[in-house]
Design a binder for this molecule. Structure first.
Ligand code: NDP
Length: 263
């Protein structure tokens, strides 16, 4: 299926590893030029070089912390300078948390609010006006199954991802008259290097291997009995951002191997 994405421009936050990297590579494979951001400049530059060499698309690498307004402003300016605008925004940068509500200070709540919600607000607010003269576009917000089905150890993650989903719905209604489709993605377990690192740490000195630890988590949670690969999420995300998903507006898509217990 031709997704009709050749020559488009996509901004991917957190595009240097994990789901963001897989999505960036998925776009590049469709001939989409990229603007990628992440905090670690060296890793980002390496990824940009690899994608350029492999797919022959333009890749703008902007080291930026999306939780900081000045950095998202800088990212938007760089996109405008390089491409004159963008057609796709994948708000992806984010991370898990670990706390109890009774013990977490305001600062922690505020940080995750900036990272998971305000980054998407600011980038959408700045990039949507640049999409309109190009005939519209697509914004996809990478939330999590935890937006609906919370994990007990990370209430701040659950709450801020739920806010991101509601933001997506509100933004979808505001932007669809301009031809910009906004949706949210709720992945389940996705086997990223970060999960592997956590599993290694948690099983250090134990009889259980880190691979067995991950398998136990998959068995306990996902009826499919395994983690997704980042590429399985990317295929879905790239399609959703393509004109072939033209009637997908304001929805939340679970890609979770059956983990969500009720709809
Ligand atoms: P990874 O930790 O593998 O990658 C995160 C990416 O985001 C990296 O490129 C990282 O680069 C970047 N990043 C992190 N914080 C910031 C920041 N403040 N500013 C800019 N870039 C940042 O994460 P995943 O691929 O696992 O997750 C991606 C998204 O998917 C997250 O929002 C996560 O909540 C969501 N998700 C993940 C699931 C999973 O099982 N993996 C399941 C459901 C949702 P750097 O560190 O250099 O900044």
């Amino acid at each position: 299926m031709d997704l009709g994405l050749t020559g488009k421009v996509a901004v991917v936050t957190g595009g240097s590893v994990g789901i963001g990297l897989a999505v960036a590579r998925g776009f590049a494979a469709e001939g989409v030029h990229l603007a990628l951001c992440a905090r670690n400049a060296d890793r980002l530059a390496g990824v940009a070089d690899t994608i350029r060499a492999e797919f022959g698309v333009k890749v703008l690498a902007v080291p930026a912390d999306v939780a900081v307004a000045a950095d998202t402003d800088r990212l938007v300016q760089a996109v405008q300078d390089e491409y004159g605008g963008a057609d796709i925004l994948f708000n992806n940068a984010g991370t898990g948390s670990e706390e109890t509500i009774l013990n977490a200070p305001d600062e922690k709540w505020q940080h995750y609010w900036e990272l998971h919600v305000m980054a998407a607000v600011r980038l959408s607010r700045s990039l949507a006006p640049l999409m309109i003269p190009r005939g519209g576009g697509a914004i996809l917000n990478n939330a999590s199954i935890c937006a609906t089905q919370p994990l007990g150890y990370e209430p701040i993650y659950n709450v801020t991802k739920a806010a991101l989903v509601m933001f997506s719905k509100c933004l979808a209604n505001e932007l669809i008259p301009h031809g910009i489709r906004v949706n949210a993605l709720n992945p389940g377990l996705v086997r990223t290097p970060d999960w592997e690192k956590t599993a290694r740490i948690l099983t250090e000195g134990r009889a259980q291997t880190w691979e067995q630890y991950l398998q136990t988590i998959a068995d306990e949670n996902a009826p499919i009995g395994r983690f997704a690969t980042p590429e399985e999420i990317a295929d879905f995300a790239v399609f959703l951002c393509s004109p072939r998903a033209s009637y997908a507006v304001g929805s939340t898509y679970y890609v979770d191997g059956g983990w969500l217990r009720v709809t």
